[in-house]
Ligand binder design. Structure first.
Ligand SMILES: Nc1ncnc2c1ncn2[C@@H]1O[C@H](COP(=O)(O)OP(=O)(O)OP(=O)(O)O)[C@@H](O)[C@H]1O
Length: 655
C-alpha cells in the first residue's frame, strides 16, 4: 500500500494516473476555490462604494416607487423644523411689537400646518421604510439562497466560517439595503436641517456656526470607529451564537428529547447553552461599554456647546443687541444643528456598519462555485460501458486523514454491485464521490470514460437515483415525501402526480403503509406543524420505505444507488424489496451498500472495501472460496443466525 506522501510524489508518473487536468492536490475538498464566496476571509473587510451601490440597487429593484416616496417624505420632514423655527421667531417678534400685527394670523396658520405635518410625516415615512425593508428582505433572501443552490458540493456546508458568513449574510442581506436607503435619506434630511439651521445661525453669529460645526468632527470620527468595532464584534459572536442555537435546538426538538430525558443530559446541555449566551453577552457588553464611554463624552461636549451658546445669546440680549425672537432662533438653531449632526453621524456610521456586514452577503452571492464547473460541460452520455474509479485518493480536507487511498474499481453497465466493509471503510464516501458531492483529491471518477468533473453536475445527478444512509424526513405530506424525489412528479402549483407517487410507493413496499394512514397519501407526517389531530409520526422502518419510494421515482435512471436502504426494515420486507428491485432493475446499473451480507449476496459483483481501498471483489461464491475478509464476515453473520435459530424456534415452541 502506498502512503499518501509517496503517492503524492509518484501520482503523475504512475501509468494508471488519469490523463485529466484535474489531478491536483489543490482540489482537496476542504480547500474550496473561490475566495469571495468561500469562508476563508476572517473579517468583514472594508466598506466600498460598489457595496453601497449594490445595496441601493437591491432596494431600487425591490420597490423603486417606495424609494422615491420615502425620499420625498424625508425632504418634507427635514424642512419642517427650520420652518417652525422661523415662524416662531416671526411670531415672537410680532408679539414683542417689532413687526406688524397683520402677520400674526398667517404665521399662526403656518405654525398649525407645520405642526400637523410634523405629527404625520414621520408615521408615513416609517411605513414606507418598513414596507421597503419587507420587500428587500424577500428579494435578498431569494438571491442568497439561489447562490447557496449554486454550490454543487457539500464541503462549504461543513465549513464553520462559511456557515457564520451565511448567517450574517442572511441578516444583512435582508436589512442593509433598506437601512442604507433609509440612512441615505436621513443623511439627506440631516443635511437639509443642518444647512437650514446653520444658515439661521450664520445670520445671527458666524463664529458660533463655525464652532458648532467643528464640534461635530470628533463625534463623527469616534462613531465611525465604534461602527467598525460593532461589525467586528458581530463576526466574533457569530460562531458563539451558532453553538448556542445548536444547544437550543437540541433542547427543543423531539428527536433529541428521548435521549435527553433518558440520559438526563438536559441540565448539562442547558449549562452549555447558557455559557455560550454568556460568552456572547460578554462580547456585546464590552462593545456597549465602549459605546457608553464614547457617547457620554460626546454628549458632554454638545451640552457644553449648547450652554455656552445660550449664555452668549442671553448676554447679547441683555445688552439689547439681540431680540427675543433672535434668542429663540439661536437656541433652536444650535439645538437643531447639534441634533441633526448627531443624526447624521448616527446614520452614516450605521450605514457604514451595515455595509461592512453587507460584504458577507455580497461574498456569498458573488461567490465562486465550491467545485469547478466547466464553462462548456460535456454531455452526460447514456451509460453504456460503466463507471470507473481510477486511482482515487480522497480526504475531506487537508486536516483530515485519507479516506480513499488509490481506489480502483469498475462498475460495469447493467450490473448490480454490492459494496460491503467495516464501519468507516469509506463506502458512503465512495457514493458521495459518485454523485459528485466532492471531487477526488487525486485520480478520477469516469462515466463511460468521461471525467465527472467535465460534466454539468445537475445533468449527471438527473441520471442518478439514490437513497442515502442519512436520508431526509420531511415534515410534509406522505405524497410530497415521495414526490420530492423527482420534481417532474410535481406540477407548477406544487401538486404531486399521484399515479407516479403510488407506483413508486408500491415498488418500495410503502403503499400499504401509506394507504393505512388517516388521510392516506395526504397525511401530514409531522407533529410539529400539524394542528395536533392529523399529524402522524412514522417509525424508522416506515420512514426508510418512504425514502426508498422517493428513490423509486427515479428507478429507470442510469444508476441507482442505495446506501443502507434496508437497515431499518424487517427481514420479510427486506427480502421482498430486494427481490422486486432485482426484477425491476434488470439491465440497469445499481450500487447497493449494506452491512447485511444476506441482502447483497445475489449481486453480480461484490466489492469489499478496507481502509479506503478495494480489498477483494468477485461474486458471493468466488469470495467465499477465497476465504478472505468477505468470507470471514459472512461466516460471522451466518453463524449468528444459525446459533440463534434453534433457540428462537425452541422459545416459540416452548411458549
Ligand atoms: N463530512 C465528513 N468530514 C470529515 N470526515 C468524514 C466525513 N464523512 C465521513 N468522514 C470520515 O470518513 C471515513 C469514512 O466514512 P464513510 O461514511 O465513508 O464510511 P462507511 O464505510 O460508509 O461507514 P459506515 O459503515 O459506518 O456507514 C470515516 O472515518 C469518517 O469519519
Amino acid at each position: 500500500m502506498k502512503t499518501p506522501e509517496t503517492a503524492a510524489a509518484d501520482a503523475p508518473a504512475t501509468p494508471d494516473a488519469p490523463p485529466s487536468p484535474h489531478t491536483s492536490p489543490a482540489s482537496d475538498a476542504g480547500r474550496a476555490p473561490g475566495g469571495a464566496g468561500g469562508a476563508e476571509a476572517a473579517s468583514p473587510g472594508r466598506v466600498s462604494a460598489s457595496g453601497a451601490v449594490r445595496a441601493l440597487g437591491l432596494a431600487w429593484r425591490a420597490g423603486w416607487a417606495l424609494v422615491i416616496g420615502a425620499g420625498a417624505l424625508a425632504v418634507a420632514e427635514a424642512l419642517m423644523p427650520v420652518c417652525v423655527a422661523w415662524l416662531t421667531k416671526i411670531a415672537l417678534d410680532v408679539v414683542t411689537g417689532r413687526s406688524s400685527g397683520g402677520l400674526l394670523v398667517a404665521v399662526g396658520t403656518g405654525l398649525a400646518v407645520a405642526g400637523l405635518a410634523v405629527a404625520v410625516l414621520p408615521q408615513l415615512s416609517q411605513y414606507a421604510r418598513r414596507e421597503l425593508e419587507r420587500r428587500v428582505g424577500v428579494l435578498a433572501q431569494d438571491r442568497l439562497f439561489r447562490a447557496a443552490e449554486r454550490l454543487v458540493g457539500l464541503s462549504r456546508f461543513e465549513n464553520p466560517a462559511f456557515l457564520d458568513r451565511m448567517s450574517l449574510a442572511h441578516q444583512s442581506g435582508g436589512s442593509t439595503p433598506g437601512l442604507v436607503t433609509a440612512g441615505i435619506m436621513s443623511v439627506g434630511k440631516g443635511v437639509v436641517v443642518v444647512l437650514g439651521f446653520l444658515g439661521s445661525l450664520v445670520a445671527v453669529s458666524p463664529v458660533l456656526a463655525a464652532a458648532v460645526l467643528a464640534a461635530a468632527i470628533p463625534a463623527f470620527l469616534a462613531e465611525l470607529r465604534l461602527a467598525r468595532g460593532r461589525a467586528a464584534m458581530m463576526w466574533r459572536v457569530g460562531p458563539v451564537e451558532r453553538r448556542e442555537m445548536f444547544y437550543r435546538r437540541l433542547l427543543t426538538t423531539v428527536q433529541a428529547a428521548k435521549e435527553l430525558r433518558l440520559f438526563g443530559t438536559g441540565p448539562y446541555l442547558r449549562g452549555l447553552m447558557t455559557a455560550e449566551r454568556r460568552a456572547a453577552n460578554a462580547e456585546r457588553r464590552h462593545m456597549d461599554r465602549r459605546e457608553l464611554a464614547t457617547q457620554s463624552v460626546l454628549g458632554l461636549l454638545s451640552a457644553g456647546m449648547a450652554a455656552a451658546a445660550l449664555a452668549w445669546a442671553l448676554a447679547l440680549a441683555w445688552q439689547g443687541r439681540l431680540t427675543a425672537g433672535d434668542v429663540a432662533l439661536l437656541v433652536t438653531s444650535v439645538a437643531g444643528v447639534q441634533g441633526a449632526v448627531a443624526t447624521l453621524v448616527n446614520e452614516v456610521t450605521m450605514a457604514h456598519e451595515q455595509l461592512l456586514l453587507f460584504n458577507h452577503y455580497l461574498a456569498v452571492v458573488d461567490g465562486e462555485p465550491d467545485l469547478p464547473v466547466p464553462a462548456r460541460p460535456r454531455p452526460v452520455p447514456v451509460l453504456r460501458r460503466g463507471i470507473e474509479f481510477r486511482g482515487v485518493w480522497f480526504r475531506y480536507s487537508p486536516a483530515h486523514p485519507w479516506v480513499l487511498r488509490d481506489l480502483n474499481l469498475t462498475i460495469p453497465h447493467g450490473a448490480a454491485i454490492g459494496v460491503v466493509g467495516r464501519n468507516g471503510a469509506g463506502k458512503s464516501t465512495l457514493v458521495k464521490l459518485l454523485c459528485r458531492l466532492y471531487d477526488p483529491v487525486r485520480g478520477a471518477v469516469l462515466w463511460d470514460g468521461v471525467d465527472l468533473r467535465d460534466m454539468d453536475p445537475a445533468e449527471l445527478r438527473s441520471r442518478i437515483g439514490a437513497v442515502f444512509q442519512d436520508y431526509m424526513t420531511y415534515d410534509l405530506s406522505a405524497a410530497l415525501n415521495i414526490a420530492l424525489g423527482d420534481v417532474s412528479a410535481l406540477d407548477e402549483r406544487g401538486r404531486d402526480d399521484r399515479d407516479r407517487v403510488r407506483s413508486a410507493a408500491l415498488r418500495a413496499g410503502a403503499h400499504d403503509m401509506v394507504a393505512a394512514l388517516p388521510q392516506g397519501y395526504d397525511t401530514l407526517l409531522s407533529r410539529s406543524f400539524a394542528d395536533g389531530t392529523t399529524g402522524v409520526t412514522l417509525s424508522g422502518g416506515q420512514w426508510q420505505r418512504l425514502a426508498l419510494a422517493r428513490a423509486m421515482l427515479r428507478d429507470r435512471r442510469d444508476l441507482l444507488i442505495l446506501d443502507e436502504p434496508s437497515s431499518g426494515l424487517d427481514a420479510e420486507a427486506e427480502y421482498e424489496i430486494h427481490t422486486r428491485l432485482r426484477e425491476h432493475r434488470a439491465g440497469y446499473t445499481s450500487l447497493l451498500v449494506s452491512h447485511r451480507l444476506g441482502a447483497v449476496r445475489d449481486a453480480d459483483l461484490l466489492v469489499v472495501l478496507e481502509d479506503g481501498t478495494v480489498a477483494e471483489q468477485g461474486t458471493h461464491a468466488e469470495l467465499l472460496r477465497r476465504g478472505g475478509v468477505y468470507a470471514r464476515l459472512f461466516d460471522l453473520q451466518a453463524r449468528g443466525y444459525a446459533e440463534d435459530a434453534p433457540a428462537a424456534t425452541l422459545g416459540r415452541n416452548g411458549g
